[in-house]
Each structure stands twice: as C-alpha cells, then as structure tokens.
Design a protein around this ligand. Structure first.
Ligand code: SAH
Ligand code: SF4
Length: 415
C-alpha cells in the first residue's frame, strides 16, 4: 500500500494515516445508495428535472431502493417508461460485488465483498434462535492496532462510503430474500399482503463490529445508519443497532447525539499497563477518561445499557483481581452496564491464547455476583474465520517481518 502513508491530519481530532480517496466510477454515473432523499432530489434537479418533478421522482425512487430492494431503474414501474433510460444513463443503484460467500457449520455466513474501485472487505451474518445479527464493516482495514485483532494487522486502506455501509445491509436482505415479494406494479401495493413484516424477517439487528473503527469514519457511518433507521429507508429501530468503538473519546458524545444507537465499548483491560499494550489507543484516551465519556453518553439508561466488551486473554487480563477491578470501575462511574465476555478467537501469528473455560466461568461469576450481567459469548463462525477479530481480507496477508514493521508504524502514529 505505497500510497497509504503515515501523515498527520490537521485539526483537533487525531493523527491518522491518510486513507485513500474513493476512485470515481469510470462511467461517471452517480450511485444513489447512501444519499439522503433530499440529495437525490437535488441531483435530479441538476440533471434537468423541474423542482416538483425532482421531488416526486426522488420519493418514488427512494421507495424502490429501500423498501423494495430494486437495483434496476427498468423495474420501477410507476416511473414513466421514457424516464427510466434517462435515469439509467446518469445514475446507478450500487451493491458491493460479492467475491466469495461462505457458510459456517453453525449457520453463520460470511461474505467477502469488493468496492467498485477494487477494495475487499467483509460482512458477517449470525443467526440465533430469536434474532439475526448482521456485523457490518466501516473501513477497509483499520488505523488502530489492537494486539489481539486480525483486522489490526492491516493498514487502513480506505473509509467505506455511506453507500457502501448501507449497501451491506441491503445485500444481506438480497441474500436472505427479505425484500417484499409483492406485485411490482407500483407504490399502491399493499405491503401487508406480502411477507414484508418485521417479525417475519431473519435480519433483525445490526452491529457496527466488522472491519474498522466506526468513529474514525464518523460522517459516513452516521449517514448510513440514518438511512438504516429512516422510516422511509430501511426502517430498523435504533434499539436494534449497536455501534462498537475501541474508545475514541472525543467522538463518543457526538455519536450519542447525532446517531443515537446503542453503544458498545471495547474495554478489554482494567489497568493502564495492560490496556496500553492490547488496545494502544489507550495511550491517547485512558480508561478513566473513557469511562467518563460512557457516563455522559446520551440516552444510556438501565433499559439501554452500555455493553463493555472484554476479550479473555490467558494470563493477560483474566484474573479474579481484574474482574473485581472491572466491577469497581463500573460502579465508580455509575454506569448502566453489561459486560460481554468474548473468548479470544485465534488467528495465524496472534501473540495471545484464549483463557481456559474454567477461568472465564469464574471471571463471569465474580461480575454476576456484583449484580452486573456478564454472559460469555459463544464464538460463532470460527471455522470460516468469521468470528470477532478474525476478519481480514486474504489480499492483505503479510509476513512476520511485515507485521512487525506495521506495528511499529501504527504505534508511532499514536505517540
Ligand atoms: N473497531 C471496533 C469494532 C470492531 S471489532 C472496536 O474495536 O470496538 C468488534 C469486537 O471484536 C471488538 O470488541 C474487538 O475488540 C473484538 N475483537 C477483536 N479481535 C478479537 C479476537 N481475536 N477475539 C475476540 N474478540 C476480538
Ligand atoms: Fe481496529 Fe477494532 Fe480491531 Fe482494534 S479491535 S484493530 S479498533 S477493528
């Protein structure tokens, strides 16, 4: 990745390696996915429609895109036949290309996806008895380098656009056959006649826990999730969406105010020494500062608790004292909290091992005894490298020496 050099971005937030720009489509057409309806109307107007027409057409097109999952203008049957080629010439309804689709023995599915300009990233679907969760990526690679995470061994290639983020959800609906199957003859179709009902669908929840740090791609993640939550868009409740961050403190309050979804925080350690090593962004935003930001997170409450993710690493962060300290910290900041204990998922060359089952059980027990819920997450999709922290595109596989160089580079960006 010779063109992803380490540079300081000017401004108040952070030093970040400068990601690549999105390469525009060769045919010059504009992808409508990811744009708010008002922006689509503006584009239609710029392309020559009068204001009233532009508004009407944007409303119709938006409905076809997000309620019907239609990708061809030709199928938009309430739009005049002559108008459809006009749209086709100027616009496109994007989906990332599917390079590979894998199925785990436990039902988990993983897709290797490719952007229109040729970058690979992954998306995972995890079906459970009472819900189906889609794990969505926000970046190709990651600027951060949590020691236990496979994605952290990649450079940040580029941020995904809002369109590429929301299109993951749409692609999952395509793959799961979850668009309404009703008559395709216009907006007047009564949706209650077909299978389009929230309880009939497999995809019920979204977690921003795929590749990347969502808060380092703030605007695109926000815009994408707005379309996911929009009643005229994909219409998923904000209560069913969770954003996971490694703890980018200055952006957490903004996330609460501007996005308002559930928050998950990758805590993983309770002392500065250990967290500095395994989640190096801790050197910049320490534990106390992070927990203060959690306490100030808008709308957090007992019915909307913050999830603290804690990866179980043998002899690193898994002692009884660690568990007690975790309880003390969560109490000190009066956090409406639940703890998710994640058994470490191994990957080739990883410098850690997973804690023993008995150790994890005891750790969980200590937290439960204090009245805080601390379930142990069952790893899903390990056989296809789809579990937490195993995502990493094959094109990025590196030698040991290359890995070491990359660690040093990413560490230097934080110092
Ligand atoms: N960048 C965000 C979201 C993506 S990672 C974040 O760090 O929160 C999703 C979760 O998987 C995080 O809690 C992350 O710490 C955890 N994780 C990463 N690597 C893992 C591994 N090898 N085993 C178990 N969990 C891991
Ligand atoms: Fe990036 Fe999250 Fe992995 Fe850390 S755990 S390297 S923030 S994807």
């Amino acid at each position: 990745m010779a063109d992803t050099e380490l540079m300081q971005i000017p401004g108040h937030i952070d030093p970040l390696p400068v990601p690549r720009e999105v390469t525009p489509r060769e045919d010059g057409r504009i992808d409508l996915i990811g744009l708010p309806r008002t922006r689509i109307a503006e584009l239609f107007e710029q392309a020559g429609l009068d204001t009233k027409q532009a508004k009407l057409r944007s409303r119709q097109v938006f409905h076809w895109l997000y309620h019907r999952g239609i990708t061809q203008f030709e199928a938009m049957t309430d739009i005049a036949k002559t108008m459809r080629p006009w749209l086709e010439e100027r616009f496109v309804v994007g989906r990332p290309d599917v390079v590979e689709a894998q199925h785990s023995t436990d039902g988990t599915r993983k897709w290797l996806l490719r952007t229109a300009d040729g970058h690979d990233f992954e998306m995972v679907f995890i079906p459970d008895a009472d819900r189906g969760t889609l794990c969505v990526s926000s970046q190709v690679g990651c600027t951060l380098n949590c020691r236990f995470c496979h994605t952290g061994t990649m450079r940040l290639v580029r941020n995904l656009t809002a369109g590429e983020i929301v299109a993951q959800v749409m692609l999952a609906r395509d793959a799961l056959g979850e668009w309404p199957k009703g008559r395709m003859d216009g907006l007047e179709t009564d949706e209650s006649e077909n299978r389009y009902s929230s309880d009939g669908r497999l995809l019920t929840n979204i977690v921003m826990m795929g590749m990347g740090e969502p808060l380092y791609n703030f605007d695109n993640v926000r815009d994408a999730l707005k379309l996911v939550m929009d009643g005229h868009g994909l219409a998923l409740s904000r209560r069913r969406i969770t954003l996971s961050t490694s703890g980018i403190v200055p952006l957490m309050i903004r996330a609460g105010e501007e996005i308002g979804v559930n928050l998950a925080v990758s805590l993983h350690a309770v002392t500065k020494e250990v967290r500095d090593e395994i989640v190096p962004i801790n050197k910049k935003y320490g534990i106390e500062e992070l927990l203060e930001a959690c306490a100030a997170y808008p709308r957090a409450s007992n019915s909307r608790r913050i999830t603290f993710e804690y990866v179980m690493l043998k002899d690193m962060n898994d002692s009884d004292d660690d568990a007690r300290e975790l309880v003390r910290l969560l109490r000190k900041y009066k956090l409406p909290a639940k703890v998710n204990l994640i058994p470490f998922n191994p990957w080739p060359g990883a410098p850690y091992e997973c804690s023993e089952p008995e150790r994890i059980r005891r750790f969980s027990e200590i937290i439960f005894e204090s009245g805080i819920s601390a379930p142990v997450r069952t790893p899903r999709g390990r056989d296809i490298d789809a579990a937490c922290g195993q995502l990493k595109t094959a094109a990025e596989k590196k030698s040991r020496a290359e890995l070491e160089r990359l660690w040093a580079e990413k560490q230097a960006a934080l110092d």
